[in-house]
Design a protein. Structure first.
Ligand SMILES: [Zn+2]
Length: 704
C-alpha cells in the first residue's frame, strides 16, 4: 500500500484516477506517487537507506562484507556442471555491486554527516571495504570458477559478453592468469612498487623550502601573502615557502623583481629532488618490469588498456598532434609576452624565462583583458541559477525535475528531487542537493553516485540515485547566495555527472556510468560547461537579482571569452608537456627504464613543448600525479578536447545549446548506452562523424 500526502490523495480521489494522471494534471506529486508510478512501469525507485550512528555503520559494514563473503563461497563451491551465467559472472557482479553501493553510501556519510564521530566511523568502514576489494582482486578460487565457466564458450548476449571480458581482464591484469611462480614475482614487484609510490608521496609532502626576502624585494606581491600568519619573521623579513603553491603563485604572478621570481622558481623546481629522483627512477623501472611480465610492451600500455585510448601509442599521437596544432597560438602568445617584457625592461632582445611566464601573463590579463569577475555575481543568485539550469537540462534531455519531501536527510537544508521522463512521466532517478558549506563537510564540489542503475532479477529496473555535495557562498542577512561565473560553471559541470548517472540504462552497474573509462568520464560534464559561456543560454536565467530586466551585456561575455583565449596556447602546451613527461617515462622498455635519466628526459620534454625549465631544476621529483595518474595525465586534455568536439554539434544545431533533438541524441547514444559498448563508438554516433581536434583548436582561439 502506498502512502500519499493529503494534497495528492485529494486530487487523485477527485479525478478518480491513478497517481499518474494526477502527475499529468500538475498536482505536486510526492515521492510515494513517483514510487507507485515507477512500480507500474516495472521500475524501482528506492532511496539509499543511510546509516545514522557509528554502531550502525560498523555493524552494517560487517554484515555487508559477511554477506558478500558467503555469496562468494557459494559461487566458488558450486558444481562446474551446473554453473550458469547467473551463478558465475552474474553473481559476481551482484556481489561487487552490492558492496560498492554500500561503499558509495558510506563514502557520502563520511563526507557529509554533521557529526564527526559518524564521519570518522564511516571513514574507517570505507577502509575496511577497500581492503576487502583488494583481497578480492587476488582471489584465485573466484578467478578459477569464472575462467572455467568462460572456457565452456557459452552463448552470451553483448552485455553479458562485455561483463565476462572485463571481469576476466581485471583478473588477468592482477596477474592471476600467470603460472604461480611468475604470479608471485609480479605480486612481489607490485608490493615494492606500492612501497616506493608511498615513499614518493611522503617525500613530496615533507619537502620544505623556505626563502626569506625583504619587503623591498617583494615589491608587487599582494598583502594577502605578506600578512598571512607565519610569513613575517622576527628579523622583519618575509618567509615564502616554495612548497606552498599559493605562496609560489603570489610571487610568480606579482613580484616585480625578476631575481626574486627566479629564486622561488628554482627552489620550487628543486623540491624533493635528492630524495625522489632515485625513488622515481626505480618506480619507472619496476613499472616497466611489471608491465612486461603481464604481457604489455610498456607500463603506459598497461595503464591505457582500460581507457578510451586503449594503447600508449594512441595517447602519444593525440598529444603530439595537439602540440603541433597549438604551435601557431603558442608561438604568438609567447611573442606577445616577450614584447611585453621587452617594453617593460627596455631590453629589445628580452627572452621569456621559466620565472617570467606567470608574471607577464598576469600583467597581460590586467592590462589588456581586465574583466571585473566579482561584479558578475549579481547575475548568478543561487535560486534562479539552479532553476535556470534545471529548465535547460529538462528541455535538452526531455526531463522533468520535481522536488519531493525526503523521508530522511543528514543535515537541514538538504533537498531531494525526482527526475522523470517528460514524455512518459516515468521516473528516471532521484538526486539529493547539499549545496552550502558546513563544518566538517567535504569542501569542494562533487558528484557522489549512490544507487546504480541495474536490471533486477524479476525483469524490473532499479533506478539510479545521486548526491551533489557543493559549497556555494551562503546567503547573508541582506543578500541571497551570489555565485561567481566559475561557481555557475561548476554547477553545470557537476549536474552533468548527475545526468550521466541517472540516464544510464545498462543492465549491469559496471556497464553504466560507474564503468566508463577514466579518460572519458569528465567529457560530457566538461562539454556542459560551455553552456555558461553562451549568451542565449545565459539570458534564459542570468539576471541582476535586484533588477531582473538586466541581463549580462554581450560585450562582457565577449571580453570574458577573449580573456580566456588570450593565454590558452601557453597553458595547454604546459599541460601537454606534463602529459608527455608522464608518457615519456612510462613508454620506456624495461631495458631502457633501468638506465634512463628521468630528469634529463622530462626536462627535455618541457623545453621542447613548453617554456624551458629553470636551470638545475627537476620538476619531475615533485610531480605528484606520477603516483596515481601515472600513464593517465593525458586524460585531462583527452576528455577536454572531446568535450569541445561534442559541444560543437550543439553549436551548429538550429536551437544551439538548447537543441532538443541533439540533446535527445546525447541522452540515447552517450548517457543511456553507458559502457555497454565502446565509448568511442557512442561518441561518434553522437557526433555523426569521427572525432576531431578541430573544434578544440578553434575554442582556444585558432581561427582559420
Ligand atoms: Zn567532473
Amino acid at each position: 500500500m502506498i502512502m500519499m500526502n493529503p494534497l495528492t490523495l485529494r486530487s487523485v480521489l477527485a479525478a478518480g484516477l491513478c497517481a499518474a494522471t494526477a502527475l499529468a494534471a500538475g498536482a505536486a506529486p510526492s515521492l510515494a506517487d513517483f514510487q507507485a508510478r515507477a512500480e507500474r512501469s516495472k521500475l524501482r525507485l528506492e532511496l539509499p537507506d543511510y546509516p545514522r550512528t557509528t554502531d550502525e555503520i560498523r555493524d552494517r559494514t560487517t554484515s555487508a562484507l559477511q554477506a558478500a563473503d558467503a555469496a562468494l563461497l557459494e559461487l566458488t563451491a558450486q558444481a562446474a556442471t551446473r554453473a550458469t551465467f547467473a551463478s558465475t559472472f552474474g553473481a559476481f557482479e551482484e556481489i561487487t555491486g552490492r558492496v560498492s553501493t554500500w561503499a558509495n553510501r558510506i563514502g557520502t556519510v563520511s563526507e557529509s554527516h554533521p557529526d564527526k564521530a559518524v564521519r570518522d566511523a564511516a571513514r574507517d568502514a570505507g577502509q575496511r571495504i577497500d581492503a576487502w576489494g583488494i583481497a578480492l582482486e587476488y582471489r584465485e578460487d573466484v578467478y578459477r570458477v569464472l575462467q572455467a565457466w568462460a572456457d565452456t564458450k557459452p552463448t552470451l548476449d553483448a552485455q553479458q559478453q562485455r561483463l565476462v571480458d572485463f571481469t576476466l581482464r581485471d583478473y588477468r591484469r592482477a596477474g592471476l592468469a600467470l603460472p604461480p611462480a611468475e604470479r608471485q614475482q609480479v605480486e612481489q614487484l607490485r608490493k615494492s612498487l606500492s612501497e616506493l609510490t608511498r615513499q614518493f608521496d611522503v617525500n613530496i609532502n615533507e619537502a620544505r623550502a623556505p626563502l626569506d626576502f625583504t619587503a623591498e624585494e617583494l615589491a608587487g606581491v599582494p598583502a594577502t601573502l605578506l600578512n598571512s600568519p607565519g610569513v613575517k619573521q622576527p628579523d622583519g623579513r618575509y618567509r615564502v615557502m616554495a612548497n606552498i603553491t599559493w605562496h609560489v603563485s603570489a610571487v610568480q604572478d606579482n613580484a616585480d623583481n625578476p631575481d626574486v621570481r627566479r629564486r622561488v622558481t628554482v627552489a620550487r623546481g628543486q623540491l624533493a629532488r635528492e630524495k625522489n629522483i632515485p625513488v622515481l627512477s626505480k618506480m619507472v623501472a619496476l613499472r616497466a618490469e611489471v608491465a612486461r611480465r603481464l604481457g604489455y610492451a610498456t607500463w603506459a600500455d598497461y595503464r591505457t588498456e582500460t581507457r578510451m585510448s586503449g594503447r600508449a601509442a594512441v595517447a602519444l599521437k593525440f598529444e603530439e598532434d595537439l602540440v603541433k596544432g597549438l604551435e601557431p597560438k603558442f608561438a604568438a602568445e609567447l611573442e606577445t609576452l616577450r614584447q611585453l617584457k621587452a617594453a617593460h625592461t627596455g631590453q629589445a632582445d628580452a627572452r621569456i624565462e621559466a620565472w617570467d611566464t606567470a608574471y607577464y601573463t598576469n600583467k597581460l590579463r590586467k592590462e589588456k583583458y581586465a574583466v571585473d569577475t566579482e561584479a558578475l555575481r549579481v547575475f548568478f543568485a543561487y535560486e534562479p541559477t539552479l532553476r535556470g539550469m534545471f529548465a535547460i537540462y529538462e528541455k535538452v534531455f526531455g526531463l522533468k525535475f520535481t522536488q519531493v519531501e525526503p523521508p530522511y536527510v543528514w543535515a537541514p537544508g538538504v533537498q531531494l528531487w525526482v527526475a522523470a521522463d517528460a514524455d512518459s512521466g516515468d521516473p528516471v532517478g532521484a538526486f539529493y542537493l547539499d549545496m552550502f558549506p558546513r563544518e566538517g563537510k567535504y569542501n569542494h564540489f562533487a558528484h557522489f553516485r549512490q544507487n546504480m542503475g541495474r536490471a533486477l532479477p524479476d525483469g524490473g529496473y532499479q533506478l539510479p540515485v545521486s548526491v551533489l555535495l557543493c559549497n556555494f557562498p551562503p546567503p547573508t542577512a541582506d543578500k541571497p547566495s551570489l555565485l561567481s561565473h566559475g561557481n555557475a560553471t561548476t554547477l553545470f559541470h557537476e549536474f552533468g555527472h548527475v545526468m550521466h548517472n541517472l540516464l544510464g540504462r545498462a543492465r549491469y552497474p559496471s556497464l553504466n556510468y560507474a564503468g566508463v573509462p577514466k579518460d572519458f568520464i569528465e567529457a560530457p560534464s566538461q562539454m556542459l560547461e560551455n553552456w555558461v559561456w553562451n549568451k542565449a543560454v545565459l539570458d534564459t536565467f542570468a539576471a541582476d537579482y535586484r533588477d531582473p530586466a538586466k541581463k549580462i551585456p554581450a560585450e562582457t561575455i565577449d571580453a570574458m571569452i577573449r580573456a580566456r583565449e588570450a593565454t590558452e596556447g601557453m597553458s595547454y602546451r604546459r599541460q601537454l608537456s606534463l602529459g608527455l613527461m608522464d608518457l615519456g617515462l612510462h613508454t620506456l622498455s624495461p631495458g631502457d627504464a633501468w638506465t634512463a635519466d628521468v630528469v634529463e628526459l622530462t626536462n627535455a620534454v618541457g623545453a621542447r613543448v613548453s617554456v624551458p625549465p629553470a636551470p638545475d631544476t627537476a620538476f619531475v621529483a615533485y610531480f605528484g600525479h606520477l603516483s596515481g595518474y601515472d600513464g593517465g595525465y593525458y586524460g585531462y586534455l583527452w576528455s577536454k578536447v572531446m568535450a569541445i568536439d561534442m559541444a560543437s554539434v550543439f553549436e551548429t544545431a538550429p536551437d544551439g545549446y538548447l537543441d532538443e533533438k541533439i540533446g535527445r541524441r546525447l541522452r540515447d547514444e552517450v548517457y543511456a548506452a553507458g559502457h555497454t559498448r565502446d565509448v568511442s563508438e557512442s561518441v561518434e554516433k553522437f557526433l555523426g562523424r569521427p572525432r576531431s581536434q578541430k573544434a578544440f583548436l578553434q575554442y582556444v582561439g585558432i581561427k582559420e
